[in-house]
Write a protein that binds this ligand. Structure first.
Ligand SMILES: Cc1cc2nc3c(=O)[nH]c(=O)nc-3n(C[C@H](O)[C@H](O)[C@H](O)COP(=O)(O)OP(=O)(O)OC[C@H]3O[C@@H](n4cnc5c(N)ncnc54)[C@H](O)[C@@H]3O)c2cc1C
Length: 429
């Protein structure tokens, strides 16, 4: 994964229009600010927005363009909770913090809605999301999950669907049950990310694009160095995710970039689209290497799935994704795939997000593990609170323990190959 890789021709890029602020300059010379934010995904844009709203001088530097990373490429599914299970969180941080983390994820859903409303972000938001069961084991897991959500977490917007009820949301014989959540949903992630960046600018944040941060210095007045300029600041927030690499090696060791892929079909006729996904819900299956899909605003099927641990795009990506898609909807045999693209998930060993500090005034947000659309904006808000002196909520996340991926740069990928093999085998059971 290289920051020099071209911007993929995705459905999102095609449909988002000309980027707001497409005349943004790179950083040149010295620039003084209170807070430097590195990375223009949702996390960085949200941090910049929330700090600017609080009256801080903020400068955000993005190596390419706003939304270049996962935020502008994702499946667009806005879902409660974290990538890891609540039981795993309880084991790691105890019942009270696990509860706080869950509640914060739900606050993230509300925050997303309020950001869209407040800043008039036109990003095709639609409510409803269904986790679907592929096999009997998943049905038992969904039933236990619904009980846990309702009883332990008082999260009551979920309902269990049997096979017949599920047909009101997804017309596929592949699925045997589902868990509907009416508070989760889906949106156009690139429009959303750009909308946040424009909102940050409207509150006074300065955004520099095409500016790769190469290194930084610490101390009471840290500096963030790009190729042709320097930000002199009081606080730094790293939101570079899987791309940050050698700029901050201590935190880079905690995450691994895993490739994942999406295809967009040609637009479907309205009646045909409605038959496949009658409630316009987003769908994700219960496998570890999952299929996830939804309709775009112009009724394309956006279908995501598979992973690649080799950091190389699989050959014949569109064809292989199409065959997965046809396992779900065989009737789409005559429908063309028009776009195929990939992006990198920043997974942690435990799949819990990794927030923290490299020094008192140097923060980071990373490790969303494929479940970051909601938590990134929330993370941006919490890190803004921390910079402003109220770190209690940010620190609920920093208390989650994290381990480096074993084996250093050479052994990390082989370790992941083994892990993927394990999960692929598990998905077969
Ligand atoms: C294909 C795909 C599908 C996904 N689907 C979903 C989904 O349906 N639902 C969900 O919740 N999550 C999903 N995710 C995960 C979600 O997209 C991410 O968790 C989230 O977008 C991460 O946002 P971020 O701001 O942390 O990082 P990113 O969006 O990756 O942004 C990081 C930015 O930092 C910049 N950067 C890095 N290093 C530097 C540097 N040295 N100097 C300057 N800039 C730098 C990069 O250019 C990049 O723009 C998906 C991810 C992918 C790849």
């Amino acid at each position: 994964m290289r920051l020099s890789d071209p911007i993929p021709r995705s459905y999102y890029v095609d449909s988002a229009g000309r980027p707001a602020g497409s005349d943004r300059e790179p950083l040149r010379g010295d620039y003084e600010t209170d807070v430097a934010v590195v990375g223009g995904g949702i996390a960085g844009c949200s941090a910049a927005l929330h700090l600017a709203k609080r009256g801080y001088r903020v400068a955000l530097v993005e190596a390419r363009q706003i939304g270049y990373g996962a935020s502008g490429r994702s499946g667009g599914q806005t879902i409660f909770g974290l990538a890891t299970s609540q039981q795993a969180l309880v084991a790691q941080v105890g019942r009270d913090d696990a509860r706080l983390l869950f509640d914060l994820s739900v606050e993230g859903l509300d925050l997303l809605q309020s950001l869209i409303r407040e800043h008039h972000i036109d990003c095709d938001y639609r409510p409803n999301h269904v986790h679907v069961a592929v096999k009997p084991r998943h049905v038992r897991e969904l039933a236990a999950w619904e009980r846990e959500l309702r009883e332990d977490y008082r999260y009551d917007s979920v309902s269990l669907l049997d096979r017949d009820q599920l047909r009101a949301h997804v017309a596929s014989d592949r699925y045997v049950a589902g868990l509907l959540d009416t508070r989760s949903g889906h949106l156009h992630p690139l429009k959303y990310t750009r909308g946040l960046s424009a909102a940050a600018e409207s509150h006074g944040a300065r955004i520099f694009e095409n500016t790769r941060v190469l290194r930084y210095t610490t101390g009471s007045h840290p500096q963030v160095h790009g190729e042709h300029g320097v930000l002199r600041c009081k606080h730094v927030i790293f939101c570079g995710s899987a791309y940050l690499g050698s700029v901050a090696p201590t935190i880079a060791r905690r995450i691994l970039g895993v490739g994942t892929y999406i295809v967009a079909t040609e637009p479907l006729a309205p009646e045909r689209a409605r038959k496949l996904l009658p409630s316009d819900a987003a769908i994700a299956d219960m496998n570890w290497i999952l299929d996830y899909f939804r309709l775009s605003a112009d009724r394309r099927l956006l279908f995501g799935g598979r992973v690649s641990y080799s950091a190389v795009e699989p050959r014949r990506l569109a064809a292989s994704m199409r065959s997965r898609l046809l396992q779900v909807f065989p009737s789409l045999n005559d429908v063309a795939v028009e776009r195929a693209w990939g992006g990198y998930l920043d997974i942690t060993m435990s799949r819990a997000p990794n927030f923290g500090r490299l020094a008192d005034n140097i923060y980071y947000l990373q490790g969303f593990s494929g479940h970051g659309l909601v938590l990134t904006a929330l993370g941006g808000k919490l890190v803004a609170e921390a910079v402003a002196g109220t770190a209690e909520r940010f620190d609920v996340f920093t208390r989650i323990p994290h381990r480096d991926f074993p084996g250093g740069a050479l052994m990390r990928r082989p370790a992941l190959v083994l892990a993927m093999l394990y999960y692929r085998l598990r998905d077969l059971l």
